[in-house]
Ligand binder design. Structure first.
Ligand SMILES: C[S@@+](CC[C@H](N)C(=O)[O-])C[C@H]1O[C@@H](n2cnc3c(N)ncnc32)[C@H](O)[C@@H]1O
Length: 254
């Protein structure tokens, strides 16, 4: 793509969610407020660190799927490592932007297609060494269904980024006063109908969302079929929500 085509794409496809930088001063201005833009620096740094630790020099040529890829920000980042990247999203309007971003970034080979995480395993019918499930879990209404689907297509490592709710610890009676079970974390039910009906491009495919606590996230990942799952430590200077543990990046291994 020449600079004029990139400029036309930037102007014609906006507004943008991310700060995409195509070089030579060609960049998009994100819609999100300036104090939140840094969220992507932290997430990207954490994803990059986890990918480097897991794959090191063997990243080139590996298969990666970016589930809920939006404008392809993280898909392009993985393509920069030489991975074969598939970007999947429920919204065609996001995919249109993602295709432009990939082309303008010099990665026209990224395969962006429409799909839903809820039917991922049957739709894909194969595994990817790396699965990215960033910023999606807390927008879906059936998190276990989705995590089972994500686990089914993960060959080696899955990176999950999500908002989390405060932990709730305790026991519940379970059939009789003296019989109890411990909580393994909680799931909050969240009403996203305002954003959903306003046409927001970041919500799930239904107005109802769920948000796990950290312990629930780990428990669900294990139940979904991951051998091990761990919440990663944010780097110094991380975005304030990651620093306070209100959002987490979690690694889950098959
Ligand atoms: C909050 S954005 C996160 C985008 C990106 N992964 C990131 O972390 O910056 C959620 C994205 O997931 C997509 N999405 C929401 N629900 C989905 C579903 N059930 N299946 C596939 N994509 C979905 C949305 O269209 C949107 O692009």
């Amino acid at each position: 793509m020449d600079p004029q085509q990139i400029r036309q794409g930037i102007d014609g496809l906006g507004p943008w969610f991310y700060a995409h930088d195509f070089g030579n001063g060609l960049k998009t201005t994100p819609l999100i407020p300036p104090q939140v833009v840094g969220i992507h620096d932290t997430r990207l740094a954490m994803v990059e660190a986890a990918v480097a630790q897991q794959f090191g020099g063997r990243a080139r040529g590996l298969d990666c799927i970016d589930i809920g890829c939006h404008e392809g920000f993280y898909s392009v980042a993985m393509a920069r490592h030489g991975m074969n990247v598939t970007g999947l999203d429920a919204r065609e309007e996001n995919l249109e932007r993602a295709r432009f971003v990939a082309d303008a970034s010099g990665f026209p080979g990224i395969d962006f297609r429409k799909g839903r995480v809820e039917t991922l395993a049957a739709d894909e019918g194969r595994a990817y060494a790396l699965t990215l499930f960033l910023g999606v879990l807390y927008h879906v209404e059936d998190p276990m269904l989705c995590l089972r689907q994500v686990a089914a297509v993960t060959g080696e490592l899955c990176l999950i980024e999500t908002q989390v709710v405060d932990e709730v610890e305790g026991f519940t009676e379970w059939g009789a006063q003296e019989w109890t079970r411990s909580y393994k974390g909680i799931l909050a039910l969240v009403d996203e109908s305002g954003e959903f009906h306003a046409g927001n491009r970041e919500t799930g495919v239904t107005p109802m969302a769920t948000c796990p606590s950290p312990k629930a996230l780990i428990f669900m990942l294990r139940q979904a079929g991951f051998a091990r799952a761990e919440i990663l430590t944010p780097p110094p200077g991380a975005y304030e929500q990651h620093a306070r543990g209100k959002r987490v990046v979690c690694a889950a291994w098959k």
